[in-house]
Design a protein around this ligand. Structure first.
Ligand SMILES: Cc1cc2nc3c(=O)[nH]c(=O)nc-3n(C[C@H](O)[C@H](O)[C@H](O)COP(=O)(O)O)c2cc1C
Length: 383
């Protein structure tokens, strides 16, 4: 055989080995994707999406652009209706639908004085999924949404409430731990997930709070979650309309900067909100101190004192998100803010999360294979 032919055959062998290993790699990737799709199949079917990743509604941030971008990239965008009027919400839904033909949802706050009208707006627009947030909803609200043909997702802060909400008609439950940005409950995501996931199988359960990477998504799916909901991670998406200063504060912050609001006196309850500490956080503590002193001196009634405390944050989220006032505004953010390191497109964020989940499956397979090889070797040596 001529050296040229032998070289040629060796090259062909190498190419075949390469293509076989590329084929094996491809097959491995397909298998891992199939595994992930199996794990979040229930969530995907419920949402009608490629990925069972919901973009949690964030007032002022989750408007048409971000919501459509999340849905277009294969996730599930949710419009934050906040304190919108029915007319405004109607326009926002129409504008979002003009930007995407994928499914998206609407988040309604249960204590909104026009909740029933807002529900009707969602039904008129044939919104497939309505998320009821901000307290335990009434059966009337849940049933009205269902009668209109939409599915209802409710937040549950504990297993017993989750079960109650399912009995009331909720089609899915979101459990959100205290690592999350915005209004929070007292229990961490890890503990809530252990409390709820093994015992609530009747409906899909989505886990929220503190999720910033795909490995965490995989772990909650393996515990039985149908999918996940992330908010903080999407704030710095290119498509997010949040002010550049607001985004900069997120990129600079570490997990420990996202702190829960402090209540100084049990007589004056403060609804806990997780946000980046800033001068407004210190000012809030100071205002509480002054108001409590005035109450103690008899200069204020309890009701007026409570109102003054509550009034402090009015409009503060808008000031930060839209006006970029990061000193006096509210920088609502979850602890996963430490994992936000740059502005990215929404599609890139979702692809990164999915890749991380797939890599975690690959890592697990590899650990299993080496452990198995190790134990086979050990047995061989013993025999
Ligand atoms: C800036 C900001 C605003 C939010 N506003 C709302 C809201 O209006 N309604 C709601 O149900 N949740 C709201 N949330 C919570 C998110 O929908 C989501 O559940 C939460 O961010 C998930 O936790 P994570 O921040 O750790 O990802 C907000 C969160 C942030 C960071």
């Amino acid at each position: 055989m001529s050296p040229a032919v032998s070289d040629g055959l060796a090259a062909a062998d190498r190419a075949e080995t390469r293509s076989r290993s590329a084929g094996a790699r491809g097959a491995g990737q397909d298998r891992r994707r199939a595994e992930l799709d199996r794990l979040w199949a229930r969530g995907r079917a419920f949402l009608g999406t490629d990925c069972a990743i919901m973009g949690g509604a964030m007032t002022w941030v989750s408007e048409r652009n971000l919501v459509a971008a999340i849905s277009n990239a294969g996730g599930f965008g949710v419009i934050a209706s906040g304190s919108m009027s029915p007319d405004l919400l109607s326009r926002e839904i129409a504008a979002t639908a003009a930007l995407t033909n994928r499914p998206f949802g609407v988040n309604l706050i249960t204590m909104h004085p026009q909740l029933l009208e807002l529900i009707d707006v969602c039904i008129e627009h044939r919104v497939g999924h309505v998320v009821l947030a901000g307290g335990i909803p009434t059966i009337a609200a849940i049933q009205r949404i269902r009668a209109g043909g939409s599915r209802v997702l409710c937040f549950a802060p504990a297993l017993v409430l989750a079960k109650k909400l399912v009995r009331m008609g909720a089609d899915a439950i979101v459990i959100e731990g205290s690592e999350a940005g915005g209004h929070i409950g007292p229990v961490s995501t890890a503990v809530l997930a252990q409390e709820v996931l093994p015992h609530l199988t009747e409906v899909p359960v989505f886990v929220a709070g503190g999720i910033g990477r795909g490995e965490a998504i995989l772990s909650y799916l393996e515990m039985g979650a149908a999918g996940v909901q992330l908010g903080t991670r999407f704030v710095c998406a290119h498509e997010s309309v949040a002010h550049a200063q607001f985004k900069r504060a997120f990129i600079r912050a570490s997990a420990r900067d996202a702190v829960a609001s402090v209540q100084l006196d049990a007589r004056f309850p403060v609804i806990p909100v997780r946000a980046l500490a800033n001068p407004a956080t210190d000012r809030f503590r100071e205002i509480q101190r002054q108001v409590i002193d005035r109450f103690n001196r008899g200069e204020l009634s309890q009701k007026d004192a409570q109102l003054e405390i509550e009034h402090f944050w009015a409009g503060a989220l808008r000031r930060a998100v839209i006006d970029g006032d990061v000193e006096a505004g509210s920088l609502m953010a979850g602890q996963s803010v430490g994992l936000v390191t740059r502005e990215q497109s929404t599609a890139e964020i979702l692809a990164e999360l999915v890749d991380q989940a797939l890599m975690a499956i690959a890592g697990r397979d590899q650990r299993f294979t080496s452990a198995f090889a190790g134990s086979a070797e050990g047995q061989g040596a013993g025999g």
